[in-house]
Structures are given as structure tokens and as C-alpha cells.
Design a protein around this ligand. Structure first.
Ligand code: APR
Length: 254
């Protein structure tokens, strides 16, 4: 393990444009369950609850599910994996974090260039006029019995700001992600099962562009075979150790 971490440290120090790709496994140590891990959400719920069709047909049930998740995310604090990625960015060693997570924990840890390709739980949007409403206001509406939540301007139903299954990824975010992937020379993939597209295609794109790949995940992924280093490990401890290694190397170089 130490040798593998050492290799990751060397790769980061040698890189000119390293980026990270993260998934739900980066936030489990903050108490937010992932989807497909041993205690994943899709073991307790039918994933159809996360589709745009389910939201349209059963908005009450969808919002009950979504607000419980939102509360959990608002209560959660960034963990050492989020902090390590933020610090690596501050050191100039990570240029962007592309995340499938909607919990905002990368921003709260201090990462600046975060591309949230599956949207964010922080705002809901009106399905008719597009006006955005902070999730805190939606929670207050729900407490007062205004449920499912409706737009204050036009009265139409609000949809969560997260990208649901069978919904397109916002073009702007996807294009930003593609630009980062096309120009990266190292992609550090953390806490994702790499089963959902287009995110799962990003490591392939990076590899085809000549970048090196590191995968840090508790379980194997379909792309371990194309990774330069694949670590079966917890995100928090591993990224904290990687950060320490990078800092030591950078001091030694100065
Ligand atoms: N450290 C490292 N890996 C972890 C940790 C941890 N502390 N905790 C969990 N994992 C791993 C799990 O073993 C699993 O392989 O993280 C992975 C998380 O995979 P998923 O649950 O599939 O999450 P993700 O890849 O982000 O899912 C993608 O699917 O349901 C949708 O929209 C949802 O954005 C999500 C998308």
C-alpha cells in the first residue's frame, strides 16, 4: 500500500495538469451513503425513484425521498478526502474536481474549480419558469405543509437541482468537464463505481488522450485494468497520505 501511495505521490508531483473525478464514495466518510456500495442507497430503494419519470408521476414521493437526502447532506461535514483534494488544488497540483456528487462538500472543503456534472442539491428549480429556490426554503415550505414545493412566482412545481436518471447532463457543465479531461495528464478517480455514463467514459477519454489514471476505491471498478495504479482503499486515509507525501516532495524540491 505504501509503495502504491508513493507511486501516486510521484505521479502527482510530476504532473502538469492533474484532475480528480469523484463519486459518492468520497462522501461516505461524511455520513452520506453511496448508491452501489455494500450499504448503498440502491440496496434500500428501487433506483427508479431517481428517474425524471418517477418525479413527474409521483412528485410527493420523490420530494419526500429527496428532502431526507438533502437534510443529510446539509448536516454533513467535508472529510479528509475532500480536504486533501482542496489542499492539492491550493498547492497547484490539482486543476479541477469533476464530481458526480450533489452534496456540495468539495466546495465546502475549499475546492474552487468544481464541476458538478449531476447538479446540486442546494437549489430547486421551477419546472415552468426556471426560477431557482434555495433548498433551505424548500425545507421550510415542507415544514409548513406546502408540499410538494411550488414556485413562489408562478406556482408550478419545483424540481430538485440534481440531474435525474434519463435527464441530460447540463451542456455547460459537461463541456467544462470535457475540456478538463482533454487537457489533463493525470486523472485521480476516487470513490466511484464507474457504472454511470457519461462520467464512466471520462477515464477512457483521459487515457486515450495520453493521461495516466489512478483509481482509489473500496471495490473494483470496470476500469481497473486500464489504470496505472488501482488502490482498494478508503478515500479519506489514502488521500490524506497522498497529500502528506506530495507536501514532503514539494518541500524537498524547493
Ligand atoms: N473510500 C473509497 N471508496 C468508497 C468509500 C470510501 N470511504 N465508500 C464507498 N466507496 C466506493 C464503493 O465501494 C463504490 O464502489 O465508492 C463507490 C461508489 O459507487 P456508487 O455508489 O455507484 O456511486 P457513484 O459512482 O458516485 O454513482 C454514480 O449513480 O445513482 C447515481 O446519480 C447517482 O451520481 C450517482 C451516480
Amino acid at each position: 500500500m505504501d509503495e502504491a501511495i508513493g507511486r501516486v505521490v510521484e505521479m502527482i508531483v510530476a504532473s502538469r495538469r492533474a484532475i480528480a473525478l469523484t463519486g459518492a464514495g468520497v462522501s461516505t466518510e461524511s455520513g452520506i451513503p453511496d448508491f452501489r456500495g455494500p450499504k448503498g442507497l440502491w440496496k434500500r430503494f428501487d433506483p427508479s425513484i431517481g428517474t425524471i419519470d418517477f418525479f413527474r408521476e409521483h412528485p410527493d414521493e420523490f420530494w419526500r425521498f429527496q428532502l431526507e437526502r438533502a437534510k443529510e447532506m446539509l448536516r454533513a461535514q467535508p472529510n479528509s478526502a475532500h480536504h486533501a483534494l482542496a489542499e492539492l488544488e491550493a498547492l497547484g497540483k490539482i486543476k479541477a474536481v469533476i464530481t458526480q456528487n450533489v452534496d456540495g462538500l468539495h466546495f465546502r472543503a475549499g475546492s474552487r474549480n468544481v464541476i458538478e456534472i449531476h447538479g446540486s442539491v442546494r437549489v430547486a428549480r421551477c419546472t415552468a419558469c426556471g426560477r431557482s429556490t434555495p433548498i433551505e426554503d424548500v425545507l421550510i415550505m415542507a415544514e409548513r405543509g406546502l408540499f410538494p414545493p411550488k414556485c413562489r412566482d408562478c406556482g408550478h412545481i419545483l424540481k430538485s437541482g440534481t440531474v435525474l436518471f434519463n435527464e441530460p447532463i447540463p451542456v455547460e457543465e459537461l463541456e467544462k468537464a470535457y475540456r478538463e479531461v482533454e487537457s489533463c495528464d493525470l486523472m485521480i478517480i476516487v470513490g466511484t463505481s464507474l457504472q454511470v455514463y457519461p462520467a464512466a467514459h471520462l477515464p477512457v477519454m483521459a487515457k486515450q488522450g495520453g493521461a495516466k489514471l489512478v483509481i482509489i476505491n473500496m471495490e473494483s471498478t470496470p476500469f481497473d485494468n486500464i489504470a496505472d495504479v488501482a488502490l482498494r482503499a478508503k478515500a479519506g486515509d489514502t488521500l490524506a497520505a497522498v497529500l502528506e507525501g506530495v507536501k514532503r516532495k514539494l518541500v524537498a524540491v524547493d
